[in-house]
Design a protein around this ligand. Sequence first.
Ligand SMILES: Cc1cc2nc3c(=O)[nH]c(=O)nc-3n(C[C@H](O)[C@H](O)[C@H](O)COP(=O)(O)O)c2cc1C
Length: 165
Amino acid sequence: MVDEAAFRELMGAVCAPVTVVTTTTGEGRPHGTTVSSFASLSLRPPMVSFALDNGSALLQHVRESRRVGVNVLAHGQEAVAAAFAGQGEGKFTGVPWHEDDGLPRLAGAGGWLVGTVNWLVPGGDHVLVLVQVVASEVSEAAPLVYARRTFGTHSRFERRIELSS
Ligand SMILES: Cc1cc2nc3c(=O)[nH]c(=O)nc-3n(C[C@H](O)[C@H](O)[C@H](O)COP(=O)(O)O)c2cc1C
């Protein structure tokens, strides 16, 4: 048997991107959740994937809306990541955002994409969400990364930030 704590520690040590995946609910409200399982999947057609916990409220909304926005967070947006890792209605309070293509887009993110959900694939206690990308934009901002419960950025970007400040 695989030791669950050891497996969790191992996967927690893998450096991951930090995104806030958003959708608009059936009632027209914005919903967003911090997601590190975001990954590139296909170039032709352009596709990405991420995994959502079976109990995630975002997953329930995505099952209905079939559309998502992905805000790829920039170094310095740790507080945004922490806010969207919470639960409930208040996650957008104090976070500047606007609607882009009918989806909630956060100010200051390093990247943004809009996608259509093509497949929801069950995977243990999560669901793998396969998304076809219909629009994408990126800025020069250093990326926010997460490992061992610690936010940071790629060390070479850290040096660039020091040099330019
Ligand atoms: C850095 C970080 C990465 C996370 N990545 C994921 C993820 O990939 N998938 C997921 O389901 N939850 C992930 N979470 C946990 C969710 O953000 C958290 O459970 C959230 O409360 C779910 O909100 P919801 O129920 O409104 O969807 C992550 C949390 C943090 C802090």
